[in-house]
Design a protein. Structure first.
Length: 354
């Protein structure tokens, strides 16, 4: 089951060039994406209404797309506007279109009721055009259901074990708990990490002079269907107390360093997912090279996650189902799952009432 009335990241905007359509599968639905002359993105079902050939193998003709099997041509609204060798075009000759918005360097596709597609529901990710951050980007395909990736990203206790090498994470991530609050379409996870010199701080983010005692602030929102927006900051020791354990104010105490990451988990099918991510330093504290170094670490870390989660998926698929024994670290994953279940229930109730 998937939330339908939701914006899903279908790709980076740089993946879609002006001259060629691309195919994407989102929640089991094949979609063709292409650009019109004005730079807008059209999303339609990647299945010709004639005999089912993929339109992503088609040819762009201006703002129209021609199926390259028998030549039916469709406009950006999905209406068939030409059938070679036939004058009459049936009114039913059309393909479904999807609302698409380009924002924050991502292409977002609305998978539900088109009338309900509100761009205000697009999570406030940070794109490459934001002057405050210098970001590198990447993506990774998973042979796993997206909920297992959501579980991973809403519980950082795994850093101590999965990312001891890449992020240099210590045991403190597993041995302390963040504050978690509910949001309308997700959760907010916040914590301070302290207890040693640069302890728990990601290796790529270490700008603190050798021997400087620091504390690490981390705050992220995790929003439906699986979008993580996180700011991390390193402060001199004592900041946590100054801010009463709450959110720091960089105008009161200058941070040693800050970084931002936007991440999106998109279910392609029931058992495959695509993970998009960007990460980098604050523009006043780093360079393109810093972002590149951070992306190397991120790729290493996210591969560690992928190996574990794909293995977990295989185990779950090959053993009889049984109840998980949850721990206090599972508050984030359980709350996020319940947010998605609530959204799905509300959609089903609205459909049933029609
Ligand atoms: S399948 Fe597209 S024109 Fe025949
Ligand atoms: Fe991880």
């Amino acid at each position: 089951m998937f939330v339908r009335n939701c914006w899903y990241v279908a790709g980076w905007d740089y993946e879609l060039t002006a001259d060629k359509p691309i195919s994407r599968t989102v929640i089991n639905e094949p979609i063709v994406l292409y650009r019109t002359a004005d730079g807008a993105v059209v999303g339609m079902e990647d299945r010709c209404c004639h005999r089912g050939a993929p339109l992503s193998l088609g040819r762009l003709e201006g703002d129209d797309l021609r199926c390259m099997y028998h030549g039916l041509k469709f406009n950006r609204s999905g209406r068939c506007i030409e059938i070679p060798g036939q004058d009459q075009i049936p009114a039913t000759a059309c393909v479904k279109t999807y609302p698409v918005v380009q924002r924050h360097s991502w292409i977002w596709v609305w998978m539900g009721d088109a009338a309900a597609a509100d761009p205000a529901l697009i999570p406030p990710a940070v794109g490459f055009d934001d002057p405050d951050w210098i970001l590198g980007s990447g993506q990774m395909d998973y042979e796993a259901n997206y909920l297992l990736i959501n579980d991973n990203l809403t519980d950082f206790s795994h850093l101590s074990y999965v990312h001891a090498n890449s992020f240099g994470a210590t045991e403190i991530w597993a041995r302390t708990r963040p504050n978690i609050t509910r949001l309308e379409r997700g959760i907010r996870v916040q914590r301070w990490i302290s207890g040693g010199v640069s302890e728990g701080v990601t290796r790529a983010d270490r700008r603190a002079p050798d021997g400087m005692a620091t504390e690490h602030w981390q705050s992220y929102d995790y929003l439906a269907p699986g979008v993580l927006l996180m700011q991390s900051a390193t402060y001199p020791r004592g900041a946590q107390e100054t801010f009463g354990g709450g959110e720091p104010d960089p105008s009161v105490i200058a941070p040693v360093s800050r970084n931002f990451t936007s991440q999106a988990v998109t279910p392609l099918t029931d058992r495959t997912s695509r993970y998009f991510f960007s990460w980098g330093p604050h523009a006043s504290e780093g360079t393109k090279e810093t972002a590149e170094a951070m992306m190397k670490v991120a790729n290493m870390a996210f591969t560690e996650d992928r190996i574990m989660i794909e293995a977990q998926q295989r185990t779950l698929d090959t053993t009889p189902p049984r109840k998980d024994i949850l721990t206090s670290a599972d508050v984030g994953p359980m709350q996020m799952r319940s947010v998605l279940e609530r959204l799905i229930r509300a959609e089903n109730a609205a459909v049933a009432a029609e």
